[in-house]
Design a protein around this ligand. Structure first.
Ligand SMILES: Nc1ncnc2c1ncn2[C@@H]1O[C@H](COP(=O)(O)OP(=O)(O)OP(=O)(O)O)[C@@H](O)[C@H]1O
Length: 326
């Protein structure tokens, strides 16, 4: 598909039909009255690795369940691969691989048998190619050697990779992964992240939810940030981080004096940690700020602006920290 190789302006010029996921005012109020998703406008470009970021309880899973046609929105619309959901579920879902709320595995079956069984339950899967596709998927996620072991003997990371293999049994245009690294140790997280990068390099659009900011920064090209059911921002990760100004960082053995001078120079939110003094850079020329430090006799070893992270962007946008407890 040529969408994948389209340039950014070309993509921007296109209509909603060309986006892999597009929602308009998507809203879900649960029966108990809980407004889980509130007027969401989401645009996921083809070929992106799209991070859906938000603290626990911010509405990510509810959104994913609406996108996959598992629950009906209260109002608003969702289109996936250009088709309305949940109405077009039967046409759309064969092109979508999903890993939602952990893979459903049979512990008493081997990894390979789990995949064979999963594939047999899919009416669109060709039984003649089943064995070869299962072998290829196991290879893809690095489980060939463990394919004959019972799934209950798998580590959490291996189970998660087996779940991914199930999503990869057929060629997919979109992969939807709900918190794919949740509960994994750092090694398991790295494995899943590199797998996601590999899949994306083949042109598959990957939509993954996470409550981990640095994870999104490491693997995603684009991101949307949710808080309390509402979209805070979305765009390319580079744009989002650029939207937040980085922090001014001064390294000096004269930290207390440096902090005093920086405040005088209209640097806000000055924080001293050992020999590092940081603050929000003022609007004026930073060369003047540096000169003022030197004039005051501060021995400046380092002076610069640190690149802003997504976390800085989040804090700047919401005025609050990224509180995982939600
Ligand atoms: N079936 C349900 N019935 C009622 N309320 C629900 C239901 N599912 C979720 N909620 C509520 O909706 C809100 C959003 O939950 P959701 O699971 O979508 O968030 P999330 O961002 O995916 O968080 P988590 O990472 O914890 O799953 C929460 O306040 C949650 O308690």
């Amino acid at each position: 598909m040529d969408e994948v190789s389209a340039t950014q302006p070309e993509r921007a010029a296109r209509g909603a039909e060309d986006c892999v996921i597009h929602t308009r005012a998507l809203t879900k109020r649960y029966r108990g009255g809980q407004l889980a998703v509130d007027g969401l406008d989401l645009t996921v470009p083809a070929g992106s690795v799209f991070g859906f970021l938000g603290p626990n309880g911010s509405g990510k899973t509810t959104t994913i369940r609406m996108l996959m046609g598992l629950i009906e929105p209260t109002s608003g619309t969702a289109r996936v691969l250009g088709h309305p959901m949940p109405r077009s579920s039967r046409a759309v879902l064969p092109h979508v691989g999903a890993l939602i709320e952990g893979p459903a595995l049979y512990g008493f079956l081997t990894g390979r048998d789990n995949l064979l069984r999963y594939d047999a339950a899919d009416p669109t899967a060709d039984p003649r190619t089943r064995g070869a596709r299962v072998a290829a998927a196991l290879d893809r996620v690095g489980l060939t050697a463990a394919a004959g072991k019972k799934a209950r003997a798998y580590s959490l990371g291996m189970k998660q990779r087996l779940g991914l293999a199930a999503a990869l049994l057929q060629p997919r245009r979109l992969l939807v992964l709900d918190e794919p690294t949740n509960g994994l140790d750092p090694q398991g997280m790295r494995e899943i992240r590199s797998l996601v990068r590999e899949l994306a390099s083949d042109g598959t659009t990957v939509f993954l939810s996470s409550h981990l900011l640095d994870e999104i920064e490491q693997v995603c090209t684009h991101a949307a940030v949710m808080a309390r059911g509402r979209l805070v921002t979305q765009g390319s990760v580079a744009e989002l981080a650029a939207g937040a100004r980085g922090r001014l960082v001064v390294t000096t053995p004269d930290a207390a004096e440096a902090a005093r001078v920086l405040k005088e120079q209209a640097v806000a939110d000055v924080v001293v940690t050992d020999d590092r003094v940081t603050g929000e850079p003022p609007e004026r020329d930073l060369a003047e700020v540096n000169a003022a430090l030197v004039r005051a006799g501060v021995r400046v070893r380092g002076f610069g602006v640190e690149r802003a992270s997504l976390e800085d962007a989040f804090v700047a946008l919401t005025g609050e920290g990224f509180d995982v407890a939600g």
